[in-house]
Each structure stands twice: as C-alpha cells, then as structure tokens.
Ligand binder design. Sequence first.
Ligand SMILES: Cc1ncc(COP(=O)(O)OP(=O)(O)O)c(N)n1
Ligand code: TZP
Ligand code: MG
Length: 376
Amino acid sequence: MNAGWYDENNNGFVPMVELHNQRGQVQPAVCRILDANLDRAREGLRIIEEWCRFGLNNAQLSGECKQLRQELATWHNPELRAARDTPSDPGTQLTHPQEQQRTDLKSLLQANFCRVEEALRVLEEYGKLYHPQMGSAFKHMRYRVYILESQFLGYERHQQLLRSQLYLVTSPANDLLSVVEAALAGGLTLVQYRDKNTKDGDRLAHAQQLCQLCHKYSALFLVNDRVDLALAVEADGVHLGQQDLPIKVARQLLGPHKIIGCSTTNAEEMQRAIQGGADYIGVGPVYETPTKADKPAAGLEYVRYAAQHSPVPWFAIGGIDVNNINDVISAGAERVAVVRAIVEAEQPTLVTQYFISQLTRVHIRNNKPELSQSYV
Ligand SMILES: Cc1ncc(COP(=O)(O)OP(=O)(O)O)c(N)n1
Ligand SMILES: Cc1ncsc1CCOP(=O)(O)O
Ligand SMILES: [Mg+2]
C-alpha cells in the first residue's frame, strides 16, 4: 500500500513523497518554516485558482493552479504539520498595511502571485536541508508559477482587448498626459502612444509616464512602431504598420503574451496580418485625415468588408469623430480608433463617454454585452 494521508482540502488521499532524511534530525525550526511556507504557497494558489475558475472561466489556468496545489500537498507530510506551533509564532501578529487595503482585483492577484513565488523560494532553500529532492522540486514549481503568471497576464490582456470599444491613438501635445487622463476617466481602456518626431530620450520618458497612467486606470498601453520602446516601458504591446517590423519578428521579441496590432487598408493586407498572427487590426483610413495625410481613404466599403470577414477584433480608424461615428457603426464597426477627436477635444472626458455610449449600444444590439464589462 502507498504511504500517504487523508487531506480534506484536497478531497481525499494524498500520496506522500518518500522521505529519506539522510542528514539525521532536522532542526524543528526548519520543519516549521517548511510547514508555514507549504501553507502559504497553497493558500496563495487557491486565491489565484478561484479567480481563474469563477472570474475567467479558464479551465487551463485553474487546472494548473490545482495541479500545483496538489503537488505541494504531497510534500506536506505529518512530520512537517506536527512541527506547527502557532501560539508561539510572532509572525501571526504582523500584518503589512497593504494587506488590509487591496483596492482592486489586479493588485490582489499580483500580491498573491508574489506570495506564492516567495514561499516557493523559501521552500527551495530550506527544503535542501530536509530532503535531497526538495530543492529542485520547488525550483521547478517556482518556474511553473512564473509561466502561470505570464499566461494569466496575457489572458487578461487579451480579454481587455476584446472588451475595448474605443482606442485612443495619441499625437504630440503639451497637455497630453492630462488629455489621456481625462479620456481614461471617461472610460477609455486602450491607448497607443504615437509620436514620430520626438527625440528617443523624450519618447522613452513620455511612454513611461503614459504607461504608468494607463495601468493606474487598468487600461492597456501600446506603442506605435517601436518594439524596443514597448519592451523598455513594459507596455502591453505594439502597433505595426505595413512599413514596420514584420509581426513574426515582433512576436519573437515580445513573446507570446503581448498584444500585436497591425494596420490594414485592404483585403489582402488583412489576410496577411491575420496569417502573421496579429491580435487585432486597424481598418482604414475610413476617411481622409490630416493625421495620416499620405494615405488615401479606404472608405466605408472596407469597413463593410472587415465586418464580414475579419476573424480578429478590428478598429475602424481615420477621420472618425462624433459627427460621423454613427455612419461608421452603420457600416458594421463595433470598435473605433481616433486621434484628433479626443486629443483636440475641449472636453475629452465627455467625447470619450459619447463614443463609448454609441459603441456600447451596438454591442448590446449585436448581443455581445460581455464586451462592455471590465473586471481587472
Ligand atoms: C489602430 C491603428 N491603426 C492603424 C494605424 C496606422 O499605423 P501605420 O500604418 O504604421 O502608420 P503610423 O501610425 O505608424 O503612421 C495605427 N497607428 N493605429
Ligand atoms: C494613424 C492612422 N492610421 C490610419 S488613419 C490614422 C490617423 C487617424 O487620425 P484621426 O483620428 O485624427 O483622423
Ligand atoms: Mg507605423
């Protein structure tokens, strides 16, 4: 019969890792550290798992959390549990002020990823004193948690992209930060930093400030053209045009979980962008626009084509404002991107709210109300 014990939290029998403590008696304090950190790691994973399961309905992510919890349980043997001495543990009285005030779901989940990773690191180090395989087992688990975290963030990013109906592409302006903040306050969830002529040092500083601002409002932040800048400021992705780096190269540099958007003006470009792995496409210019004076309008005809054929989210762009948004919507657009309509608006918050209200009506009419919800 296999060794093990019954664990209520894991719904049944937990097979025990064979323990051959080759170094004689391990100090009780080491057993207490292992016991406390096994609990800590499992609790943190459970908190993340609940969100993956009930918040995201994501079987792959919640399955990996469960698997990791069960592997931790196989190490949590009766000897380690017996070392617990909660009444004399001074740590039970210590709480960090931040633990008392988790203001949003994103920071709650981030804090729990950190907690699990820290606990696994402690288990890796002290575990080496307890069992010859403990160090490498927990090291391996810690790397799995890093992968889980990156998959989780990637999944969240893509969900946020799907929910975004309005996309602000910036142009240089003295008060750009306050304009973007006003739009974020109006409900904007997606911003692209586009600046063609500024010196790189200044661009980096602007991108950093905008990225921080967007993340403060839980909005996505992308960089136009420049994969290097996107990486430097830890942006959520890049937007590439037909003259920019190929999507494949950008993907190699950015990894699988960042967002890559691609401009398209016709059916052939759309096809190529999708085959290349674009997460979304720009569709336009719908109307001629001084913001992109060198590019002739693709017109509402291409918007109608995208509505019928694009398998990925797409944003109509080019000359769109509060006066013509409903024509673009009537041609089939559910998402739009604008520059001047917000950057040059007297009241960016109100304009943002107006665009979003018009686009939300379409989502509801097209029976996609979930696109308008925002969780993290
Ligand atoms: C959402 C979105 N769509 C299209 C573009 C245009 O990109 P590109 O063709 O590379 O032109 P520039 O913006 O680089 O001048 C965009 N930026 N965003
Ligand atoms: C960057 C870009 N790509 C196609 S149109 C366009 C500019 C859109 O700017 P505006 O919203 O001011 O017309
Ligand atoms: Mg470009």
